[in-house]
Design a protein around this ligand. Structure first.
Ligand SMILES: [Zn+2]
Length: 255
């Protein structure tokens, strides 16, 4: 298993010495946060620093599940452009959100669209030598919209159909209300990456491990049982912690 850092966690003002510190503190790689205005610059800094590179594809304004044909075409185009860029930098995985149905009543018909769109995109990703990973999302508590995927059965159905793997966000899973060990067993060889942070089981707080209800307790053992060898990506709230605090945590706990 490798230890990675989401660049969401460093904010938008990172420089080369931050990347050197990330590397020296023991992180093996970084996951680019595509919506950062400096995300392309971060790709160069990561490469210079000898860090492995992955990507969290953009999702704001880009609803993969949209019923609007033109919005979908634009969304698809932006996602494919990012896959090409990632491949240029030697990246091997891209995490994606499946979008959302405009209302929960439209879930079933929208699910069919999402499945087909993910299949098309995972085939494109394969051409670029990239593994596309579908992340689990927090259900809309009002049941107003429906996020894909926000329950485990739906998640597994989608990745089987689209021939892709998953990025398991353990913070999202806790808010979904699912047990970590059971879910990791269900996902088995579909596990491509893990997003790690802590929370209170109610909100997606992206805390350092141990500052919530200790969601990552037992995680390494559960993953080892499935022979997981992919990245564990620390996805820590940049509005609560500085990079220095994150690195100090990593050095102190020797995780
Ligand atoms: Zn995500």
């Amino acid at each position: 298993m490798e230890k990675w850092l989401s660049l969401w966690s460093i904010g938008q003002n990172g420089n080369i010495s931050d990347f050197t510190d990330i590397k020296q503190s023991g992180f093996d790689g970084i996951e680019i946060w595509a919506e950062h205005s400096c995300s392309k610059e971060y790709l160069n800094l990561a490469k210079k620093s000898g860090l492995r590179i992955g990507l969290h594809l953009p999702f704001h304004d880009l609803n993969l599940a949209t019923p609007d044909k033109i919005l979908y075409e634009r969304t698809h185009q932006i996602l494919v452009e990012w896959l090409a860029t990632l491949s240029h930098y030697g990246g091997k995985h891209a995490t994606i959100h499946g979008g959302y149905a405009w209302s929960s009543e439209e879930r079933d018909e929208t699910l069919i669209r999402v499945r087909e769109r993910l299949l098309i995109l995972s085939e494109e990703a394969e051409q670029y030598g990239i593994e596309l990973l579908l992340e689990n999302l927090i259900p809309d508590s009002l049941n107003y919209c429906h996020h894909f995927a926000s329950n485990v059965d739906e998640w597994i159905e989608l990745i089987r159909f689209a021939n892709m793997k998953v990025c398991l966000d353990i913070g999202h899973l806790a808010v979904m209300g699912n047990d970590l060990e059971t879910t990791i067993k269900q996902l088995g060889s579909y596990l491509g990456a893990v997003h790690l942070s802590d929370n209170d089981g109610k909100s997606d707080l992206h805390l350092l491990p141990g500052e919530g209800i200790n969601l990552s307790a037992g995680l390494n053992g559960y993953l080892a049982n499935q022979k997981f060898s992919g990245p564990i990506v620390y996805e820590i709230n940049p509005y609560k912690y500085s990079l220095k605090e994150i690195i100090n945590y990593i050095l102190m706990t020797k995780v």
